[in-house]
Design a binder for this molecule. Structure first.
Ligand code: MN
Length: 128
């Protein structure tokens, strides 16, 4: 079976490298986009099993990119996990309202990161 593919949409290189390291170590193939505009295009083209979406980004932020993905027939089935340093409940609610399927707080807790990613990928592949 081919490796599950995860698209990371993140403008910060250090955050990107950390998330890529964790995903590759867990056996995923990693795709990348540096802002929301690129992220929406890459999601359509690559049809990844999961998108990890930073929220604060140039060009188009993660809230808007997620809303676009969820409004689009060809990408609305792909689960989106917000990567957020926004710890205010109102900011997390904004991510869920935009269509995110969950969120991961920065700094990342590795154990819960691995668990959440594998659960969402498994569900996505099972068509749940
Ligand atoms: Mn950012």
């Amino acid at each position: 079976m081919a490796k599950p593919r995860v698209l990371i949409v993140e403008d910060n290189v250090d955050n990107f490298e950390l998330v890529r390291f964790l995903l590759e170590r867990a056996g995923y193939e990693v795709l990348s986009a540096a802002n929301g505009v690129e992220g929406v295009v890459a999601a359509k083209r690559e049809q990844p099993d999961l998108v990890l979406m930073d929220l604060s980004m140039p060009e188009m932020d993660g809230w808007k990119a997620t809303a676009q993905m969820k409004a689009e027939e060809t990408t609305r089935h792909i689960p989106v996990l917000a990567l957020t340093a926004h710890t205010l409940p109102s900011e997390r609610k904004r991510a869920i309202d935009a269509g995110c399927d969950g969120y991961i707080s920065k700094p990342i807790n590795v154990a819960s990161f691995d668990k959440l990613v594998s659960t969402l990928v498994r569900h996505a592949r099972a068509g749940l």
